[in-house]
Each structure stands twice: as C-alpha cells, then as structure tokens.
Design a protein around this ligand. Structure first.
Ligand code: CA
Length: 221
C-alpha cells in the first residue's frame, strides 16, 4: 500500500469513475472526482493533488486541452491519461500535451496501480528541492541554500508554507487555501500571516509577495 496520496480523477463515465474509486481507495488514494474538464481544471488549479488521472473525451474541456492549460499555469502534478484512443499518434499527442504517462482502455487494474506508483515515486524524487527567491529549499532537511553559499534553517511549518508557494510559483494563494494546505483547518487564518512573517524575517521581505486583497505568492526570483 502506498502512503496516502491525493488523486484527482477527471472522468465523465460514472461507472468507470466508481470502479476506480473502489480499486484506488484501498491502495491509499484519496480520490476526488471531476465529471467534466471544466470542473477538473478548477479543482486542479485550486487544490493540491499528488497525481491526476485524466480521460480524453470529456465534456466542456477535452482532456489534452485540460492538461495543456494546467501546464501553462505551472501546475506540475504528474498526470496519467486513461483513454480508449490508443493509436501511437494518440499517445504521442497525450505526452506532448504534458502528460507523464498514457494507458489505453480497456486496462488491467494492476497495471494502472503500478504506473501510478511509478509516477508518484518519480515525482517525489524531483520534488525534494524547490527554487525560492535567492536560492533553493531542500525539503528533506528544511534548509534553504542561498546562492551566496549561506544556509538558512526553517521550521517544519515555515518549510511547508514556502514549499507550497514554490511548487506553483505563479499562483496566488488565498489565506484560506494556505491554511487548508499547510496548517490544517483547525488553526485560524492568522497562523498563515504569522508564518509568512517568519519566512520573511529569515529570508528577506521579498521571498513572499503579498497580493493585495487576494493572498500570497512566491516572490520574484
Ligand atoms: Ca469520456
């Protein structure tokens, strides 16, 4: 069983979606279903997922168009396309649109599960480091390596906040969004401001930008 992973499933076939929830849940995936491309786009832009499974033939926004739009917005969540269209050119188109993997329907559940595990492993390897203004944050030891050679230690929550911003460097996050992603709903939104302050004190005011009326985003590189 893989550790708990948030999975966004974009699939308009209700029976297949229900089947996938049944097989994925016992494997440790928390599955959110979007029934069309528009809903999938909204969810992928506003919530953090570890992996996505995307059908191609979708209402509202077609699957590959959805993936291309997410990549333009710097959403780097690994994506597996699950499609009945299985010609070589279909797979080429899927991978070129920004998907990491492509599986043709009908498929064996065991192969889907193995491919998802492989995607998560690869993504975790690359997600160990994120770029932040002035340097790079190594998540495993919560240290920012500044380009002048200095090291800055962060607390667990400081590192989690900065990493959440740095993984989507162009996205503006509301306080409520950061609260949910980083601190858990039990805290008040003030905790977000407190930790933004801590990060700025350690790394300089420009590390996190305030976007008036909207929230925060990573500072400019
Ligand atoms: Ca479909």
């Amino acid at each position: 069983m893989t550790p708990s992973a948030e999975l966004l499933l974009v699939e308009d076939d209700g029976d297949l979606a229900a089947l996938l929830v049944r097989v994925l849940t016992p494997e440790g995936y928390a599955v959110t279903i979007a029934h069309d491309g528009q809903q999938g786009l909204h969810l992928a832009l506003t919530r953090a997922f570890d992996v996505m499974v995307v059908d191609r033939g979708l209402p509202a926004i077609e699957g590959l168009d959805l993936i291309a739009r997410l990549r333009i917005k710097d959403v780097s969540t690994p994506i597996l396309v699950l499609s009945a269209r299985g010609a070589t050119q279909d797979k080429v188109d899927g991978l070129d649109a920004g998907a990491e993997d492509y599986l043709t329907k009908p498929f064996e559940v065991s192969e889907l599960l193995a491919r998802l595990r492989a995607l998560l492993r690869r993504h975790q390897d690359t997600a160990m480091e994120v770029h932040v203004p002035g340097g790079r944050l190594v998540l495993a030891d919560r240290v920012v390596h500044l380009s002048n050679g200095h090291l800055v230690d962060l607390s667990e929550r400081e590192a989690a906040l900065l990493a959440a911003l740095a993984m989507r460097p162009k996205q503006v996050f509301s306080r409520g969004d950061l609260l949910e992603r980083v601190f858990g709903d039990a805290e008040s939104e003030n905790v977000v401001e407190t930790y933004v302050h801590y990060c700025r004190r350690k790394l300089g005011r420009g590390v996190i930008r305030t976007v008036r009326g909207l929230g925060y985003r990573l500072g400019d590189q």
